[in-house]
Write a protein that binds this ligand. Structure first.
Ligand SMILES: Nc1ncnc2c1ncn2[C@@H]1O[C@H](COP(=O)(O)OP(=O)(O)OP(=O)(O)O)[C@@H](O)[C@H]1O
Length: 359
C-alpha cells in the first residue's frame, strides 16, 4: 500500500494523561478509514492533530509526501466536519455551503457552479433556500458534509458524523456516506466509538485502546482474526475461555480441550497462557458433537435471530449462542455445544479477561 497519509510515532500528553502513546498509521489515497475505540482512547486527539488544531509532543504527520506536523490548520488541504455540524442558523442551505468558498475569495460564477453540483450530489437541491431549522437531522448532516466536500479537501476528517441521528436514519446515512465517499474519491478518516458504524462504512479500521493502536485491518479481518483480547471483546460479541494454548486450541483446567486456532498475527505460543474467543454464531447446538455440555438458562427471539444463554458447569459466565431463525431449545433443557477448530481464535490473555473468564 502506498501511504497517502502517514502518522509516525505520534505522542501527546495532557499533564499526566497520555492521550496518544506513539501512534503510527498509514492511510491510502481514496480510502475510507475509521478510528475506533471507547471513550477516552485518544481518537479525538488524533483527529485534531490531523486537522492541525493540536500539535503532537513528538512524531510526525505526512500527507502526500509533505510534512504537515507544523503546518497550521488553515494551510492544510484538510477539512474537519464537527460532530455538532456547526451550521449557521440564519443562512440558507446554499449559503451555508457557499460560505467557505466566499472566504477563499473564489469568483462568484465558480461558487455558484460548485455549490449547485454539491447540492445535487447530496440530494438537497430542492431544499437549497431553506434554513437549517427547516431541515431534518439527516438533512442537516448532509448540509454539513456538502459544506466540507465543496472545498475539495484532499483529506476529510469526520468526528462522530452520525451520532446525532436516530438509529434508523443513522443506518441509511451510513450507506449514503459510503456511496458519497466512493463518488467524490476524497480520503475520509472518521472517528467513531460505534463498532457497527465503523464496520459498515470503513475499508479499514484502526482500533485504539489507551492511546495506542491495537490492530489495523479490514472489518472482516478484525472480526474473524482479532489479534488481542481487547479487539476480540470490542468488535462484536465473543465468549471467552482461559487456559493454556495447545496445537489444536486451548486446554482448560475446568473444561478440558477446546478447539481453536491462532490467528496469523497474534502473539500466542503453544504452552503459554491464552484466551480462546468463540463467536456466539459459530457455536452449534445438539448437532451430534459435544465440546461442552450445559443447561439452557434463557432464550430470546429477536426476529431473525435467537439468542440462547447456556450455563456450563466450570465456567463462571453463561455461554452465549446465536442462531438464525426461531429458537429450537427451551429453558432448563440439557444441550451439547460444539464448534470447529477454525471457528475460534486464541488471543493473549489480559488481566481483565482472566478475571471475567474465571468469574
Ligand atoms: N485538552 C485536554 N486537556 C486535558 N486532558 C485532555 C485534553 N484533551 C483530551 N484529554 C484527555 O486525553 C484522553 C484522550 O481524549 P480524547 O478526547 O482524544 O478521547 P476520545 O477517544 O476521543 O474520547 P471520546 O469518545 O469520549 O470523545 C482522555 O483521557 C482525555 O481526558
Amino acid at each position: 500500500m502506498t501511504a497517502f497519509l502517514s502518522l509516525d510515532g505520534v505522542r501527546r500528553s495532557f499533564g499526566d494523561v497520555t492521550a496518544l502513546d506513539g501512534v503510527s498509521l498509514d492511510v491510502a489515497e481514496g480510502e475510507f478509514f475509521a478510528l475506533l475505540g471507547p471513550s477516552g482512547c485518544g481518537k479525538t486527539t488524533l483527529l485534531r492533530i490531523l486537522a492541525g488544531f493540536e500539535t503532537p509532543d513528538s512524531g510526525t504527520v505526512t500527507l502526500a509526501g509533505e510534512d504537515l506536523t507544523r503546518v497550521p490548520a488553515h494551510q492544510r488541504p484538510v477539512n474537519l466536519m464537527f460532530q455538532s455540524y456547526a451550521l449557521f442558523p440564519h443562512l440558507s442551505v446554499e449559503k451555508n455551503i457557499a460560505y467557505g468558498l466566499h472566504r477563499e475569495g473564489l469568483p462568484k460564477a465558480e461558487i455558484t457552479q460548485r455549490v449547485g453540483e454539491v447540492l445535487e450530489r447530496v440530494g438537497l437541491a430542492p431544499a437549497a433556500k431553506r434554513r437549517p431549522h427547516q431541515l431534518s437531522g439527516g438533512q442537516r448532516q448532509r448540509v454539513a458534509l456538502a459544506r466540507a466536500i465543496v472545498k475539495r479537501p484532499r483529506l476529510l476528517l469526520l468526528d462522530e458524523p452520525l451520532s446525532a441521528l436516530d438509529r434508523k436514519v443513522r443506518a441509511e446515512m451510513q450507506l449514503w456516506l459510503k456511496q458519497l465517499q466512493h463518488e467524490v474519491g476524497i480520503t475520509f478518516v472518521v472517528v467513531t466509538h460505534d463498532q457497527e458504524e465503523a464496520m459498515s462504512m470503513a475499508d479499514r479500521i484502526a482500533v485504539l485502546h489507551q492511546g495506542a493502536v491495537e490492530q489495523v485491518d479490514s472489518p472482516v479481518a478484525l472480526y474473524g482474526a482479532p489479534r488481542t483480547w481487547f479487539v476480540a471483546d470490542f468488535i462484536g460479541g465473543n465468549n471467552f475461555f482461559s487456559g493454556t494454548a495447545t496445537e489444536a486450541g486451548l486446554s482448560s483446567e475446568a473444561l478440558g480441550q477446546l478447539p481453536g486456532t491462532t490467528s496469523d498475527q497474534s502473539a500466542v505460543s503453544v504452552g503459554e497462557p491464552a484466551v480462546l474467543a468463540v463467536r456466539p454464531e459459530q457455536i452449534t447446538l445438539n448437532d451430534g458433537d459435544s465440546v461442552l455440555s450445559g443447561t439452557v438458562l434463557d432464550v430470546s427471539f429477536y426476529g431473525g435471530t435467537s439468542r440462547i444463554a447456556v450455563e456450563v458447569p466450570g465456567h463462571g459466565t453463561p455461554v452465549l449462542v446465536h442462531r438464525h431463525g426461531a429458537p429450537v431449545v427451551v429453558p432448563q433443557q440439557a444441550v451439547d455445544l460444539s464448534w470447529g477448530t477454525a471457528d475460534a481464535v486464541l488471543v493473549p490473555p489480559s488481566s481483565a479477561t482472566a478475571a471475567s473468564a474465571a468469574a
